[in-house]
Design a protein around this ligand. Structure first.
Ligand code: BES
Ligand code: ZN
Length: 854
């Protein structure tokens, strides 16, 4: 029988090349909300003016799921023509006032896009295109206007953007003087309590700060408030950027599709990205909260004051703001560990995307649904591109360019061209070739040939970017390659230099040596490329032991691990003793930061091994990969058995809990050593740690160790009972069981977890705690009978009908399907096609599955 290939109809695409300026600009917006769960009235009074730069006079307002009650132009009632996705009307060729009243039902809004309800509270999410579900409006980021908002409700706390103007019985009025696009609009109404604080800006302006939560979460808001103050101070010191309103409000919401949103003066956060207490949040959670608070705060300048002309420019704000939050976290807690964590994320999330059917440019040229482009490429690769620019021009010129950026583009909706032009003007550098980083998808591969003779080292670098969907041929990129040299004793003989590698093939020579130097290449991961170099294991061990660049020390350890894992998977080889001995030396090296030791000791993920094998032309076998990882961990545990307890003991913290890096680093190494100890002591040490732990980092570390060796059932049950009232902690309980499940038992586990009353699947955090966590258990996901593929597809179809955004993001779990054997390929393909053909599938999901199958 011939396989039948479905032709999936592709929804309408929009193109960057088709951009036209808006026909009408908005001078001012006045909104009144009469809040009611089933019938909220929104009255809008909007001052329009013809845009002198427009190509047409067609008046179009976006609008979706709105019931139009009435409309008028300059006070005269009109009957607009309702069309797909909005309305049109004939309007004067001069400034005019549009008024409309619409009705919406926030309680029925399960997509959590626009105005919706969560736990009896009203809140909004408008980026990218949610405002059109609130009222008729030119819902595009290049239309910016000041807003006045009146909220009518009996709820005690009524918030919107900008500064408070008036508060009376049953209403509140807000004024936002800064022109903003509609995607930054926000409204919150609920029964909330505030953790309050203050900040005085560098020019002496006092700002009132508040983090709003449900009363039950009041004890988990103080860390976020402090993080906000640290962010405000850092942006003044590092970028000279000052806050520009009298108040800054943050609200915690438990039903939220993403992590957080930078609405002007009123950031709205997923509870998971703002609430933190030692008992309920891990060290990583604390660091994430601080990073997200910083990120959303930094958007005030990179995103809000200077916004995007259109959604193709999304990385203009997201890539830059991620780079800024990375700098912030590094400055506060140390750059070495932060850089390694960011690169791990880039490797597992972005490299995978860039090597598969969902690969796209940092600046896409077309899309169906922009909501599908909040990706690792826009965010993490976008940040890497800015990091490269920073490295190429140097920190001083970078600072000058950013000053020019803020001066020149403040109050505007800008493009990647504007951004690059600023760098060209500030530095005199021609960035024509550099711009390809924005226009070319795929991860470049860089190979290195080293030749040494007569005191001269000759490096030949070659670059090659494999084809990606719609882009068969690639041009050479400007790749900053940070390099250092060591002698055979491990002493640095050449401090870091940056090579500008911009040809398909290029030679660099270094001279004046007595002996062949050891090359430390791509220090600090100076470019988002895959480096293919033929280092010997001895060279890697030397770099791991002695490199002055801590990123490359860690990377040398990972390369050793990758090699031994590949040999174990392909040839059934025993683990390399070079690797095991090197790990012992690192573990025992007390001069090294414990956090760094913990990272060095961690194996690459199974996903990383799969990517590596695929790169080497192998078909990854998830079971064999899992078995090799387990075997290597067991070998490590045995090899280090004598020394692990001593290190574990040395990592115990007596002082009261603090999430700061020194304590967190010790706990990271304590948990990493505990995981290995548990493989030989039957969980004794882990049970003891669980019993006496007084913070979530150690509790969860102990529980993970126990589950990974098939124990911990009583602790798991006690944990669930103890934390039954804390949703965020119960999310961890769900996620941990999915991560640690033995691959063959995963389906059972999934069925059991999703049958529980507490599996509130319409809550995005709870849904993700099970469904998005499956990808952390690749051997479980890829069960050869396809049963888990079917399970995931079933749930994606179900969630898609209520919440397309969250469902379509998780569908990317299938993007690697072509990497696998024909049996698994067919099984995955069948599930992707089943999703594609499911009745009533959303545009978001339909685009995702269409791209995966194309
Ligand atoms: N602007 C986004 C929020 C957003 C995400 C809006 C998706 C619409 C769709 C926000 O600034 C953001 O990027 N948040 C990240 C966290 C951040 C630290 C990278 C998130 O929500 O995951
Ligand atoms: Zn962002």
């Amino acid at each position: 029988m011939q396989p039948t290939h479905a032709t999936i109809p592709q929804p309408q695409k929009i193109y960057l090349a088709d951009y036209t300026p808006p026909a009408y600009l908005v001078r001012h917006v006045e909104l009144t909300f009469r809040l009611a769960p089933k019938a909220t009235r929104v009255i809008a009074r909007i001052q329009f003016a013809p845009n002198p730069a427009a190509h047409s006079r067609d008046f179009f307002l976006h609008g979706e799921k709105l019931k139009l009650i009435r409309a008028s132009i300059d006070g005269t009632p009109v009957q607009p023509v309702l069309v797909d996705g909005g309305l049109t009307a004939s309007v004067p060729d001069a400034p005019f006032v549009w008024e409309s009243e619409v009705e919406i039902a926030p309680i029925e809004n399960t997509a959590l896009d626009g105005l919706y309800m969560s736990n009896g509270m009203y809140c909004t999410q408008c980026e990218p295109e949610g405002f059109r579900r609130i009222t008729y409006y030119p819902d595009r980021p290049d239309v910016m206007a000041p807003f006045d908002v009146r909220i009518e409700s009996d709820l005690p706390i009524l918030l919107s953007n900008g500064n408070p103007v008036e508060r009376g019985a049953g209403y509140a009025v807000w004024h936002d003087p800064w022109p903003k696009p509609s995607y930054l609009f926000a409204l919150v109404a609920g029964d909330l309590v505030a953790e309050r604080g203050a900040f005085t800006t560098m020019s002496g302006k006092d700002v009132s700060l508040a983090v709003w939560t449900r009363a039950a979460d009041a004890d988990k808001a103080s860390f976020a408030l402090g993080a906000l103050q640290r962010s405000m101070l850092w942006d003044e010191q590092a970028y000279g950027r000052e806050y520009d309103l009298d108040v800054f409000n943050i609200v915690a919401v438990s039903d939220f599709n993403s992590g957080a949103m930078e609405n002007k003066g009123l950031n709205i956060f997923n509870t998971a990205a703002v609430l933190a207490s030692p008992a309920t949040a891990t060290d990583m959670d604390f660091q994430r909260v601080e990073g997200v608070i910083a990120h959303e705060y930094f958007h005030n300048w990179t995103g809000n004051r200077i916004t995007c002309r259109d959604w193709f420019q999304l990385s203009l704000k997201e890539g830059l703001t991620v780079f800024r939050d990375q700098q912030f976290t590094g400055d506060l807690h140390g750059h070495a560990v932060k850089r390694i964590r960011d690169v791990i994320k880039l490797h597992t999330r972005q490299f995978r995307e860039d090597g598969g059917p969902l690969a796209h440019n940092v600046r896409p040229e077309s899309f169906v649904e922009i909501s599908n482009f909040y990706t690792g490429t826009i965010y993490e690769k976008g940040a890497e591109v800015i990091r490269m620019l920073h490295r190429l021009v140097g920190p001083v010129a970078y600072g000058e360019a950013l000053d020019l950026y803020f001066d020149r583009l403040d109050g505007q909706a800008a493009t990647i061209e504007d951004w690059l032009q600023v760098f060209q003007d500030a530095t005199g550098r021609d960035l024509t070739q550099f711009k390809r980083w924005y226009q070319q998808a795929g991860t470049p591969q860089v190979s290195v040939v080293k030749e040494y003779a007569d005191g001269i080292l000759r490096l030949t670098l070659r670059q090659h970017t494999p084809p990606t969907p719609g882009q068969p041929d690639k041009l050479p990129l400007v790749i900053p390659v940070a390099i250092g040299l060591l002698d055979s004793e491990g002493r640095e003989i050449l401090a870091t230099q940056v090579l500008e590698f911009n040809q398909p093939e290029q030679c660099f020579t270094f001279s004046g040596f007595d002996d062949a130097p050891i090359v430390s290449l791509l220090r600090g991961f100076s470019a988002p490329v895959i480096l293919r170099q033929e280092n010997t294991s001895e060279e890697l061990a030397l770099l791991l032991a002695h490199d002055t660049d801590s990123f490359n020390r860690w990377d040398a350890g990972q390369q050793l691990a990758r090699r031994t894992l590949a040999a174990m998977v392909i040839d059934n080889a025993p683990p390399s003793s070079t690797y095991l001995n090197a790990m012992q030396a690192m573990l025992m090296n007390e001069a090294l930061d414990p956090a760094l030791r913990a990272l060095i000791l961690s194996l690459p993920s199974e996903e990383d091994t799969a990517q590596n094998l695929a790169l080497a032309g192998q078909i990854p076998d998830p079971d064999a990969i899992h078995a090799a990882h387990e075997a290597l961990k067991n070998h490590l545990a045995e090899h280090l058995e004598a020394v692990l307890p001593g290190v574990y003991a040395a990592m115990q913290v007596d002082a009261p809990y603090s999430p700061e890096a020194d304590q967190a680093g010790k706990r990271a190494l304590a948990n990493a050593t505990l995981a290995l100890i548990s493989r030989t002591d039957h969980g004794q040490a882990a049970e003891a740690q669980y019993a006496k732990a007084d913070n979530m980092t150690l509790t969860l570390g102990a529980l993970a160790s126990l589950l990974s060796i098939g124990r911990g059932n009583s602790q798991l049950a006690a944990f669930a009972t103890h934390w039954a009232d804390d949703k965020l902690v119960i999310d961890k309980w769900f996620a941990l069981q999915v991560t640690e499940a033995a691959p063959r038992r995963l389906l059972n586990m999934l069925n059991r977890l999703t049958a529980l009353d507490t599996f509130d699947w319409q809550n995005p955090n709870r849904f993700r705690s099970v469904l998005a966590t499956i990808s952390a258990n690749p051997a479980g996901f890829h069960q050869a009978d396809g049963s888990v593929y079917r399970f995931v597809a079933d749930w994606l179809i179900r969630l898609d009908s209520v919440n397309p955004w969250t469902a379509s993001r998780i569908s990317a779990a299938f993007d690697g399907w072509r990497r696998y054997d024909t049996g698994r390929q067919a099984l995955m393909r069948a599930q992707i096609e089943r999703i594609a053909k499911a009745p009533g599938i959303s545009r978001e999901m339909s685009e995702m599955v269409g791209r995966m199958l194309a």
